[in-house]
Write a protein that binds this ligand. Sequence first.
Ligand code: MRU
Length: 352
Amino acid sequence: MKFKTIEWKGDRVRMLDQRRLPQEVRYLDCRGASSVAEAIRTMAIRGAPAIGVAAAMGIALAAKKARSGHPRVFTKAVERVCREMRETRPTAVNLFWAVDRMEKILGRAESDGVEETKKRLVREALQILETDIEVNRKIGMAGKTLIKEGDGVLTHCNAGALATGGYGTALGVIYAARDEGKKFQVFVDETRPMLQGSRLTAWELVQEKIPATLITDNMAGVLMKKGWVDLVVVGADRIAGNGDTANKIGTYGLAVLSKSHGVPFYVAAPTSTLDLSLVSGEEIPIEERNVEEVTHFRGHPIAPKGVKAYNPAFDVTPHSLIHGIITEKGIIRKPFHKNLQNMFSTPNSKEA
Ligand code: MRU
């Protein structure tokens, strides 16, 4: 990749400001945890794994800059930051997974001492970043066989390097197939209302010189009817124990279309996106964002004043519409409730 989504700079967290893409490649330096939280909320950084990494780095930054007084005072101060991170966005479980990991280390501050805990928190945040990149490469290796020479592959939103520590999940599958020398076509849903498809996925694919065609979300059905789409691969924000998957709004509609046109529909996600504490997707909290994202575009109105609007940022695709979940541990197939559980009891399964 020619860019870094997020970097630890010792006294600040640097991230590529995704609000400005594709017009401008500008990096944002966050010098405190609150500006990291603000960057997550306002989607300067977004995508489930990437916000997990950002939250961890924000906590590490707060810890590093905290006064080295009594461990209890230090712990209280960093706990406040953990709470602040948890309140940024509710749907992607990777955020909570990352904060949990940081809190586990924080919980040992009394016995480990403040200075040691600071170091450990920084190390943990860096580990979360590095592991995410490795995991994405494994997802790519596991999923690349699904793409055949000459295929049309459709994706929604951005589940690429920008949405992760690097490389990407759904786009990781595409990059791995490309690296094998396969030639295929990618169709990119623009992904209203925030346009992660046109602004971010199309931008990544252009950087990588992968043939891509941008479509509006309402064109996917026609493309499938024409027989141009052989495979759909999307990312995920949270996967319940039965395989129901929350992802960017519009994913559910795409899955219904895929089913009715006989197009295989796959989800690519790290195991950190699994939330086996939830029985089904009905329990996944869905973020509702400001309706101005629907009625306006970059401050310009695109709807009449006074009209009501609705803006759920995610939807849930029922497991029955999903062919498989591509993880770093291999492709999980149906029955998901059984195979997802099994995966955690067999550490190196290839195909559950
Ligand atoms: O609102 P966003 O842009 O954070 O939503 C992102 C998505 O829905 C992605 O598909 C998902 O997080 C997977 S990213 C590997």
